[in-house]
Write a protein that binds this ligand. Structure first.
Ligand code: ATP
Ligand code: MG
Length: 657
């Protein structure tokens, strides 16, 4: 994957970069060095970009690692920082949110309108007796009210937990109970691929078994007839009708929890990641400005659902704190046709577009006619997050969407980190397709070998050697698992769980999770590297590569491949792909078997669940946690197919089981 092609930032982009941006690698090096030599001073300068009701008296308290406190003694409110502070400026009538429903409905909320909606909901919740410290669950579609709900909770100091609207009643129930939430904010229903998703019905189902919940606030999205339980359920519109439009934001301790977010669970049982206020908001605002080169006139579209951390930091808290215009879209990317995203970009003149590799691979599969049929000239910056982006997909994004004019920021971060940690700075950093490039200023990123020794070059575990403001503070009600999961491997270091390579130029290539590295005959092979080679083949749409135990080699490589729409699976194609891998990487990487599949199992945030595929090739069944799986039938098909293939192979070898 050590592509030699380097793409310097387009000249016109650098010339027009916003003033907050680094414009050269020298700028970046200066910032990075300043942050490394005096981290507290550096982060204090960033924190000063927020509005504080009382200033902190200590930047960092790291006396009881791994439990950090940032901006100790300071008080502020995230909601006030996202809204109120813009009201005294010309931005008061700037569009804060541009919204489009899947059925093409449109709404625009200015900062003043957003303020009124948030204040009214906060007042209504107060009237129900909800207050600081009480936990809320937000189970909403992608409508402006989802952001309103988050900001109203933040305004009162009620930690929220957003549960992705695509999750089942069961997944919702687990989260409500873990959090012991008092209130659930939801909607009657929502639209996804033209179908109605009955959110309130799922809430009712979940609440059969959630004793902590006293109130349910229901936003009327589609106006469906639903059951309303007397005394417990309230229509949002009724509750806020005639309520005061003024609600003072509660000044909160910098370490007051802002939200708990349960991670997607690619690696196991969901964990309740806790983020607090001052440090998180500092990281959100600073990265928003550095990485997205944000300007007043930008139309900023991060396609993530608010159910994921990306939706928290780069749909709500980061861009609104920066006073940006945020685009929000309710529905599916391919509805009613595969060009819906391009159509939205054309219509709203979107200038910054931030999406995921999984979405990009789906677009490639649908063909270039869809984006080519739309005017994408408003775009000036493209981004990706969530998984490593295969170089072939990067190249497509660069050419077909960005028309070789728009820098691509490949941003590496985690739910736990709160904000972007590794990324190009678009006006400064030369890009290498497939590399997230370099750590941001203030991020003490280090690669270590298995003994915890820092290494300059080559392959190692990705760790962070110093606390940073946006870091998770703990796992909800589980300090022990927090210490165990992230801090026990190498004392004093945050363990990301990812493996990466640093090349000659100091560029980082994230290879994925440590567990996803395959050990064949004593060699450590990156599944991601093989996947990238497969995806670069003309026949392949998507690929996932995992290891299965093997008597002789230790582990054997299994490749799961979805082919492009016009290609049929056959032994010939399998051989071709095998030879292609050997040619591109070497004989060591030759797969034991190539499995052609209709779809790969993914989390609901679109990430490939290699853990499940590993289980399938090992045991032919799935016993691990599947609550975050997007489509269970994919797993059923895969394990069925695995069994059949085994039987056929067994028969061929003459050793029927
Ligand atoms: P869980 O931790 O519950 O298994 P998850 O790790 O999928 O879920 P996230 O916090 O959303 O949940 O994802 C972070 C992970 O995604 C990173 O640790 C990394 O493996 C991967 N990732 C994110 N962005 C990138 C990127 N730009 N390049 C490579 N990998 C990335
Ligand atoms: Mg993770």
């Amino acid at each position: 994957m050590n592509e030699t092609t380097v793409f310097p930032p387009p000249k016109h982009f650098t010339e027009q970069a916003a003033s907050a941006s680094a414009r050269s690698m020298a700028d970046y090096e200066r910032m990075y060095a300043a942050a490394a030599s005096e981290p507290e001073r550096f982060w204090a300068e960033q924190a000063a970009q927020l509005d504080w009701s009382a200033k902190w008296n200590k930047v960092l308290d790291w006396s009881k690692p791994p439990f950090a406190k940032w901006f100790v003694g300071g008080t502020l409110n995230a909601s006030a920082n996202c809204i109120d502070r813009h009201l005294s400026t010309w931005r008061r009538n700037k569009a804060a949110i541009l919204w489009e429903g899947e059925n093409f409905e449109q709404r625009t909320l200015t900062y003043q309108e957003l303020h009124r909606k948030v204040a009214k909901l906060a007042n209504a919740m107060k009237a129900l007796g909800l207050k600081k410290g009480v936990r809320s669950i937000i189970y909403m579609p992608m409508v402006p009210e989802a952001a309103v709900a988050m900001l109203a909770c933040a305004r009162l100091g009620m930690p929220h937990s957003v549960v992705f609207g695509g999750f089942s009643a069961e997944a919702l129930k687990t989260r409500i109970n873990d959090l012991e939430a008092t209130v659930v904010l939801t909607a009657d229903a929502s639209l996804r691929r033209g179908k109605e998703v009955l959110l309130k019905q799922n809430v009712d189902e979940a609440l059969k078994d959630c004793p902590s919940v006293q109130h349910v606030i229901v936003y009327k999205r589609l106006g469906r007839m639903i059951e309303m339980k007397q005394g417990r359920d309230h229509w949002w519109d009724d509750l806020t009708f005639g309520v005061s439009e003024v609600c003072q934001a509660e000044p909160l301790d910098s370490e007051h929890p802002l939200y708990v977010l349960y991670t997607s669970g690619t690696t196991g049982k969901p964990k309740g990641v806790v983020h607090t206020t001052g440090g998180y908001m500092t990281q959100a605002l600073a990265t928003m400005k550095w990485v997205f080169d944000l300007k007043e006139e930008d139309v900023f579209w991060c396609t993530a659902d608010i159910g994921w951390v990306t939706g928290h930091t780069y749909v709500v808290y980061g861009p609104l704190a920066a006073g940006a215009t945020v685009l929000m879209y309710e529905g599916a990317p391919d509805w009613p046709k595969p060009d819906r995203f391009w159509r939205i970009i054309e219509k709203y003149r979107v200038s910054i577009f931030y999406t995921s590799p999984t979405a990009i691979r789906a677009f490639i599969r649908q063909g270039d006619d869809w984006p080519n049929g739309r005017d994408l000239s408003s775009l000036r910056l493209l981004g990706t997050v969530g998984e490593p982006i295969n170089p072939a997909a990067w190249q497509w994004y660069w050419k077909t969407i960005g028309k070789e004019r728009c820098p691509i920021i490949d941003t590496w971060w985690q739910t736990e980190t709160g904000g972007i940690m590794i990324s190009p700075l678009p006006a400064a950093t030369p890009m290498k397709p497939g590399s997230a490039t370099k750590p941001l200023p203030g991020v003490a990123l280090e690669l270590v070998d298995e003994h915890g020794k820092a290494i300059d070059k080559g392959k190692g575990f990705l760790t962070i050697a110093r606390p940073w403001p946006g870091m998770l503070r703990t796992l909800y009600k589980d300090d022990e698992r927090f210490e165990q999961n992230y801090w026990s491997q190498y004392p004093g270091r945050y363990f990301t769980g990812d493996t990466a390579v640093r090349d000659e130029d100091g560029y980082l290539w994230v290879l994925g999770r440590n567990d996803d590295v395959i050990k064949v005959s004593g060699h450590r092979i990156s599944g991601v590297e093989i996947e990238s080679v497969l995806v670069a083949n003309k026949n392949v749409a998507e690929a996932a590569v995992v290891g299965a135990p093997h008597d002789i080699k230790g582990e054997a490589i299994h490749a799961f491949v979805t082919l492009k729409a016009n290609v049929q699976p056959s032994d010939a194609v399998a051989h071709e792909l095998s030879d292609w891998i050997v040619k591109e990487i070497g004989a060591l990487a030759r797969p034991e078997r190539i499995h052609f599949v209709a779809a790969l199992p993914k989390t609901r945030s679109g990430k490939i669940m290699r853990r499940l595929m590993r289980e399938i090739v090992t045991t032919h069944k799935v016993a691990g946690d599947t609550s975050t799986l997007e489509d269970y039938s994919v797993v059923v098909q895969l394990s069925q197919q695995g069994k059949e293939e085994d039987e056929i192979l067994g028969a061929k070898a003459g050793n029927k089981k």
